[in-house]
Design a protein around this ligand. Sequence first.
Ligand code: LMR
Length: 398
Amino acid sequence: MYETLQPVAEDPILALMASYRRDTNSNKLDLGIGVYKDEQGQTPIMQAVSSAERLLLERETSKSYIGPAGSEGFNRLITQLVFGADHRVIGENRVVSAQTPGGCGALRIGAELLAACSPTGRIWVSDPTWANHRPLLAGAGLEIREYPYYDSAQRSIRFGEMIDSLNGAEAGDIVLLHGCCHNPTGADLEPEQWRQLAELIERRGLLPFVDIAYQGLGDGLDRDAYGVRYLAEQLPEMMVVTSCSKNFGLYRERTGALFLIGRTPAQTERAGGQLFSRIRGHYSMPPAHGGAVVETILDDTGLTALWQSELSAMRERIRYLRHRLVDRLEQVGVNGDFGHIRHQRGMFSFLGIEREQVVALRKQHSVYLVESGRFNVAGLSNGSIDAFVAALAQTVGV
Ligand code: LMR
């Protein structure tokens, strides 16, 4: 049977993670996969998470099944985190949420439902977008179209072209948007641009599908959610996915959520039923542990305050690393224009170097970044910035 299967291209980010692990150079530097690292190069378990896990160990009384939607408490609290407790979609009973196996599980199950109900079955994604968006969405049967997003030469968003392109979308098409900390570019929409997009989406009869996997790592939990909350305020229908991988550091626990917003409570409930039935048909129900950790934190004011302060420290450190890196690149006089890295948001930015230079950094200096030139700012440290700048200087010149 399996002889019919052809070799498949590896996922660029996971392939890079594997080759980094194989590299025996003790000075290797991982700026590939999007995980937060501290000054020692570790991805620590957040203290709020460890405390919640200890509490769970004491309090948990059963491992019995929960259900396709996951924990009711997790869903209630994560909905408030993403939309804000006072958001109208909560008050109007127009949002239904499902705890999912990571943001990927949410993207896939959301795409499955949209493929079944979108009249065109088409989704528009930014050029560029996260490498796994395409397989997740196309695998669900959606046809992928691209809208221009990032101008590599100008290091800024091609907003006018994005709008022109989406003006060509047909009623019933879906638009995938990054809520904050755009992956891979780090270039985020401004409030006025979200407003223009909302107007276009409504006028053309499109459905927004927003991925806000990095909430809290850009400008803060509330400011990062501006676009999601604004669209949900203005538009009758929407889908949103989030992840607890980055902001709770729960990567391997596979914890995320999918939110479906409908026109009316009755329509939302009916669509929710379809959603849960699809979940049952795919993975039956989500893993419980990560969601229980998040619920324990968000249900306890002390743990919430601790978590928020740890998250702020991560966000501030990323911002500091962005500035320090550009300062050092400018002091050394490395060829290129790196100023955009200062003000972009979240874990990622493009260095703006050629593919061959990315390969040379890996082969000659054991510095790992994605071939597109995307690098994980949160993989740097005070101790590694100078070595990284020196490797870049040798690779692209001064
Ligand atoms: C990334 O973009 O590096 C992260 O979202 C991790 C992943 O699964 O690709």
